[in-house]
Ligand binder design. Structure first.
Ligand code: NAP
Ligand code: G4F
Length: 370
């Protein structure tokens, strides 16, 4: 009889954690996820999974070794997906120590929790590594052999995670691997990452709920894929015969400006770009009549970073040939469209809900409903 597959996911409430949970549940896994205490218990991305028989949530924290040791002992996972992180690059400049504790030492805590429970020969570990390791890039496109040059406190912390995974693989013969993932986005992406910030703003501007979108570096280049496609690759990395690190990317690059142009297009607005640097503006050339001629996108220094990674472009050849993964499942155009369609509906639904709340308040005040 095949051994029961038990996955433990740190970062289960995040974008990737939610898609990975769905993916592993569909494959028949028992899925355990780590949640942490916050003042608002609102787990939007996994709310639909709560109550599913094979889906279990546990309180623990990447900063609390004891909680991780106890949980790994209790769950006895056959696979751990370490996705938990302070994942926002700009925030890492404001909270560098917290970022290091969770994103660097947190990885060590997971590895030691596995060793403490004597599971190093039965539990495989996936580490969510990142293209930010290439940072101030030394070659394009980037592959598994490209030198690293981290360029933010986040990337420096993640570099420790990458090396400690490699060290435990070699020192203790553990099956632990890093997926060096390039940016992947979705309708579940956090709202302060540039893609989601753009798709939500395009939807709000198209529906008269926002006047202008302020962005930072419009020239920055990213290799953007769809998160739903990328979680399959995390799983494939752990099903490979040998523990190895893989670059996961689409192999296609676009600027932030191109993403914004396309997002507004799908929201029914065409933009023309004028000016340079801090003075650059996206002006509406067609769309709702009241918007034509207006500046809908402007640049704000508030979104510039002390050091910015500006040329990420991944080479997914190894993942394609050795894992059989298809990096082109969802195209850039499809990704932007999925996100804009979702946010157009979200903004419309939020508007209806807000009107209903206002009406209800008025009816209660007038005694029409009690
Ligand atoms: P995300 O949406 O920001 O999710 C991060 C997750 O980490 C959340 O579940 C968060 O929990 C959890 N977390 C943060 N601090 C924690 C702590 N101290 N203890 C326990 N959990 C903690 O990130 P994502 O986009 O899904 O990315 C997943 C992983 O891949 C991250 O490690 C990220 O650095 C890495 N990565 C992402 C990309 C990308 O483009 N998305 C690319 C390369 C690498 P709360 O909900 O409680 O905050
Ligand atoms: O969307 P971003 O914040 O993502 P970033 O910094 O690339 O990090 C994401 O991808 C990494 C993989 O490479 C992950 F490891 C990490 O966890 C995270 O998921 O910014 C993308 C680019 C940057 O160059 C930034 O300077 O967009 C530029 N940008 C321009 N205006 C902006 C903005 N970024 C944000 N967040 N907000 C802006 O207004």
């Amino acid at each position: 009889m095949e051994k029961k597959k038990v996955a433990l996911i740190t970062g289960v409430t995040g974008q990737d954690g939610s898609y990975l949970s769905e993916f592993l549940l569909a494959k028949g896994y028992e899925v355990h996820g780590i949640i942490r205490r916050s003042s608002v218990d609102y787990r939007e991305r996994i709310a639909h999974l709560e109550g599913t028989p094979n889906f279990h949530l546990h309180y623990a924290d990447m900063g609390d070794s004891m909680s991780l040791v106890k949980l790994v002992g209790k769950v006895q996972p056959t696979e751990i997906y370490n996705l938990a992180a302070q994942s926002h690059v700009q925030v890492s400049f404001d909270a560098p120590e917290f970022t290091a504790d969770v994103d660097a030492v947190g990885v060590l805590r997971i590895l030691e929790a596995v060793r403490t429970n004597h599971l190093e020969k039965t539990c495989k570990i996936y580490q969510a590594s990142t293209s930010e390791l290439y940072g101030k890039v030394e070659e394009v496109p980037q592959n598994e052999k490209t030198p690293f040059h981290p360029y933010s406190p986040y990337a420096v912390a993640k570099l420790y995670g990458y090396w400690i995974i490699k060290e435990y693989r070699e020192a203790y013969d553990m099956f632990c691997c890093s997926g060096i993932l390039f940016n992947h986005e979705s309708e579940r992406r956090g709202e302060t990452f540039v893609t989601r910030k753009i798709t939500l703003a395009a939807a709000r501007i198209a529906q008269g709920k926002q006047d202008c979108l302020y962005l930072g570096n419009l020239d920055s280049l990213r290799d953007w894929g769809y998160a739903k496609d990328y979680v399959e690759c995390m799983w494939l990395i752990l099903q490979h015969d040998t523990p190895e690190d893989f670059v996961i990317a689409t192999g296609v690059q676009h600027t932030v400006r191109e993403f914004a142009t396309l997002a507004f297009h799908y929201a029914g607005i065409e933009l023309r770009w004028e000016g340079e640097g801090i003075n650059e503006k996206g002006i509406c050339t067609s769309g709702p009549a009241n918007l034509v001629g207006k500046t809908l996108v402007a640049v704000s220094e508030a979104f510039y970073r002390p050091t910015d990674v500006v040329n990420l472009w991944g080479d997914p050849t190894k993942a394609k040939t050795e894992l059989g993964w298809n990096p082109q499942t969802t195209s850039f155009e499809q990704l932007v469209q999925i996100m804009v369609n979702h946010d157009m509906q979200k903004v419309a639904a939020d508007h209806v809900a807000s009107v209903m709340r206002t009406n209800l308040a008025e009816y209660l005040e007038k005694g029409i409903v009690k």
